[in-house]
Design a protein around this ligand. Structure first.
Ligand code: SF4
Length: 372
């Protein structure tokens, strides 16, 4: 780490999954038996290599995010050991936001209670849909009933801050009822909802189905209508649409994700983890076995890095600003461009802050390009 101040936000990538979902191109390691000890030993090794005690002595963390992959595959005891390991090397603030991504089939009351005792206070649950047909098509390993049981278990264990992930814009041929999925998600009374439009990534089962002609992607107008339907349903239910993909009850915005959107520094550990020190990005090798080998050999598992040019940083400032409800501070010279967007209903411009509307967020890439 070249910056003098250590980041106050930490991401740990836990790559294990029960199987690969049909749409997923993340860096994962499919394992029936999760090598918990090997993973933790390697993580400790990466910390020692990259953040030795002389550097990390007074490393304070405000947000910790265990993402993946599926961190919940480490189980109750595995997560408790992971938290112990981190606490031996850094200080996690008393009021830190500590999130675990979990899949419903991994969540039991005992596991959730152990997570809470270990300091986890936010669970991001990969529900995606409540429709059995859609879940099977996505190769999800859980049932719709398991989503309900998981939420109940997490709550009973004393974790109130629950985020639910849903996927929209599934192929119409599936006959998935998006309105009903939103209704069922809202009925769970989560504090946060994250929405993802289905994207076909190359080298995924979904891309192969598409190339064979077995799947037709949802058209753009379905994407747009489902995005706008979600906005209406969730804001009517009291959620604030505070970022293009994110909705929160008051005071339940994701503090960790906000660090990414506001350009603050964060550290990343584990295979494929990215990191940003305010000036330079770096990322680790993706394959789990390669990450283990490099760390075992005493080598930094970095795959690449780049220092952001002033132009890159400005483009990022524009893009990140426009994706949040806080908006982007625009200069007088840019007001003329933005005025047309206001007339079209894509943005508002108040006191020099440009904020996209949901219709504007549907054009986020296009609008950001105009200002950079
Ligand atoms: S559980 Fe998540 S990370 Fe794992 S394969 Fe499915 S979408 Fe990818």
């Amino acid at each position: 780490m070249e910056s003098l101040e250590l980041p106050r936000h930490l991401y740990v990538h836990v790559p294990f999954c029960a199987r690969r979902c049909s749409y997923c191109d993340f860096s994962i390691a499919v394992r029936r038996e999760v090598p918990v000890d090997e993973f933790l030993l390697t993580l400790a090794g990466e910390l020692d290599l990259r953040f030795p005690a002389s550097v990390a002595d007074a490393w304070n963390i405000d947000t910790l995010y265990l993402g993946g992959g599926t961190p919940s595959r480490l189980g109750g005891a595995g997560i408790a050991s992971l938290m112990d390991l981190l606490r031996q090397r850094l200080q996690i603030a008393d009021d830190a936001e500590v999130t675990i991504e979990a899949n419903p089939d991994d969540v039991t009351f005992d596991a959730a209670r152990t997570w809470r005792e270990a300091g986890i206070n936010r669970v991001s649950l990969g529900a995606q849909s409540f429709d059995p047909k859609a879940l099977a098509w996505m190769h999800r390993a859980h049932t719709s009933d398991q989503i309900l049981t998981a939420v109940e278990s997490v709550r009973r264990a004393g974790i109130e801050n629950i985020s639910v992930d849903l996927i929209f814009a599934l192929p119409s041929a599936l006959g998935r009822d998006w309105r009903d999925d939103l209704r069922r998600a809202i009925a769970l009374a989560p504090s946060h909802v994250s929405l993802y439009g289905l994207t076909v990534h190359e080298r995924t089962p979904l891309a192969r189905w598409r190339d064979r002609g077995d799947v037709t992607e949802a058209p753009e107008d379905t994407y747009a209508s489902e995005f706008l339907l979600a906005h209406t349903a969730l804001t009517d239910a009291g959620f604030e649409h505070y970022e293009v993909s994110s909705y929160a009850r008051p005071s339940a915005r994701s503090r960790h994700n906000a660090s990414y959107w506001s350009g603050r520094a964060w550290a990343g550990l584990g295979p494929a983890a990215h990191e940003f020190d305010g000036r330079r990005r770096r990322w680790n090798v993706g394959p789990y076995s390669q990450w283990v080998e490099l760390v075992r050999a005493g080598r930094d598992p970095m795959e690449g890095d780049e220092v952001l040019s002033p132009e890159n940083r400005e483009a990022e400032r524009v893009y990140l600003g426009l994706r949040t409800a806080s908006g982007l501070a625009v200069r007088e010279a840019e007001h003329a461009k933005a005025r047309r967007w206001v007339e079209e209903g894509w943005a508002s411009l108040d006191d020099g802050m440009l904020r996209l509307t949901p219709e504007g967020w549907l054009r986020l890439d296009e609008l950001a390009a105009v200002l950079t």
